[in-house]
Design a protein around this ligand. Structure first.
Ligand SMILES: C[S@@+](CC[C@H](N)C(=O)[O-])C[C@H]1O[C@@H](n2cnc3c(N)ncnc32)[C@H](O)[C@@H]1O
Length: 266
């Protein structure tokens, strides 16, 4: 982890400072971790990815989706490309346009709060400082490989969008694509995006609309994903905290995705 990133990382619940440590286990194995000894907090760094939440700590809808995405991770890129094709959407165009809409400037510190396998990475400006968080370590493993292959530096974190492990006002741009419809607590996830964004930062949230969710519901294997989700899927405008500026809400891909953007006040 770069010193720059270390300066913005904190524990996800207490927002306590963390320090990097290396420990030697009884069996001689060396492990790296982020710790706060006075609070007894320890977050292991596995294959270079700090882990802020373990499988057994994730319950409810989030627990179900962690298992689903961990299992489906090796097939995710292919499935999403084919799925979008069936819906008449070019993934390359969708991601290029989406990333273009984020207004990322040179040197910006950017956070994606459910980065998945990092399918946006090829479209990001190479000179941004990219950070990706996801609750599925298997999705992140693929993201890490993709970043290496592209020669991009991406700082990755296993964590939950509802409890971000970053100090207030850390990022110049915060976004989320394709996860929030099924987050356990959407309101908390949006509040967290706002908390970690600097004053005047752009925040963008996008996911599929009801139209697509109800179509996916008929596909065997995927039907189960929607078991809990009986309420209509709409853009969560009502959950945007008061005082946000330049709020924009629109539909993309012929009504198959909703898109929300706003800025934190200066
Ligand atoms: C449909 S994928 C989208 C991935 C990526 N953003 C993309 O555009 O391909 C949804 C992602 O959200 C992640 N996810 C679901 N609930 C989450 C939560 N509460 N916190 C963080 N990540 C979550 C899943 O693990 C999965 O990687």
């Amino acid at each position: 982890m770069s010193p720059d990133t270390q300066s913005i990382v904190c524990s996800p619940l207490e927002h306590a400072p963390l320090q990097w440590a290396r420990e030697l286990l009884a069996n001689g194995e060396a492990i790296e971790l982020l710790t706060n000894p006075s609070l007894g907090l320890r977050f292991p760094i596995r294959d270079g990815i700090p882990t802020f939440v373990e499988a057994h700590q994730i319950t409810g809808i989030n627990g179900r989706f962690r298992r689903i995405y961990d299992d489906w991770a090796p097939f995710y890129d292919l499935l999403s490309r084919v799925g979008l094709y069936v819906l008449g959407v070019s993934e390359v165009k969708l991601r290029r346009d989406f990333v273009g809409s984020l207004d990322i400037k040179r040197g910006d510190r950017v956070l994606a709060t459910s980065v998945g396998t990092g399918s946006d990475l090829p479209f990001l400006p190479p000179d941004c400082r990219f950070h990706g968080l996801d609750q599925s370590p298997e999705m992140l493993r693929i993201c890490q490989k993709k970043a290496l292959k592209l020669g991009l530096s991406a700082e990755l974190f296993v964590g939950q969008a509802e409890n971000l492990p970053f100090v207030d006002a850390s990022f110049d741009m915060v976004y989320q694509m394709g996860g929030i419809n099924f987050f356990g607590d959407q309101a908390m996830a949006i509040r967290e995006m706002v908390r970690v964004a600097r004053p005047g930062s752009k925040i963008v949230i996008m996911d599929e609309t009801e139209k697509v969710a109800r179509r996916l519901e008929h596909i065997p294997g995927i039907r189960d994903w929607f078991r809990h989700q009986r309420r209509p899927i709409v853009a969560p405008i009502a959950l945007i905290p008061p005082g946000m500026e330049q709020l924009e809400s629109r539909e993309l891909c012929r009504g198959q995705a909703w898109y929300l953007s706003f800025r934190t006040p200066h």
